[in-house]
Design a protein around this ligand. Sequence first.
Ligand SMILES: [Mg+2]
Length: 269
Amino acid sequence: MAIRFVIFSDLDGTLLDHRTYSFEAARPVLKKLKQKKIPLVLCTSKTRAETEAIRRKLGINHPFVVENGGAIFIPAGYFDLRCLRTLNKGGYDVIQLGVSYRRIRKALKTIREKVDVKIMGFGDLKIKDIAEISGLRPEAARLARKREYDEPFILFQPEKIKEIRKAASELELKVVKGGRFYHLIGNNDKGQAVRILKELYEKKYGKIKTIGLGDSSNDELMLKEVDLPVLIRKPDGGYENLPPLRNLKRTRQPGPAGWAEALSQILNF
Ligand SMILES: [Mg+2]
């Protein structure tokens, strides 16, 4: 039997265009993945509400990872989960890896005072402000604000990032960098979530080969977990500066075009 592939993919700047959030360029490859029944697991810093809307547009029904590994949402019955601690929520089995948004919001305030730094989290911003700085439509910005495990923030004094990281770690939290924002999160990351899903897929299918695609520093640990990591080019022509990774493939094109380029090469489409 042919080897089974499982794909883990970031959204912003990877499957979705950094500026327009379109996945038009990836459409033909998405269609092929569906025909060949290759699971596409979205692994993003976006919220559950945002990711659900995107899954609907993509027409896929596989597990997905939200808010930088804050939680894994698995359609009920997709895996045999008897040995794992899960939560039933809205038709999903949920594996929670992150800490509550309330705790993160509180910590953001503590850090702001302690470091004496100007930072603004999504919780401090109005929907229209989020729409403006992210280029999202107001409806999408509303979904982006429904946070459960991760607070994206804007930093007005980037020179203070070291102090902020230190203050976060004293609160048992950490800061990761995505394509557009910094994020304050618990000790979770995309890599942990991928590791759990990999095991579940192996239990279901036997041996699998994993592909991971991302464009930013918050994708590093996800890329480290997969057999075939792909680093997507940035719209400015550069690449995120990651520590060396085995088998890393860099795309020639940015965003969804690069995403399609890498997958057609790997999967021989
Ligand atoms: Mg990204």
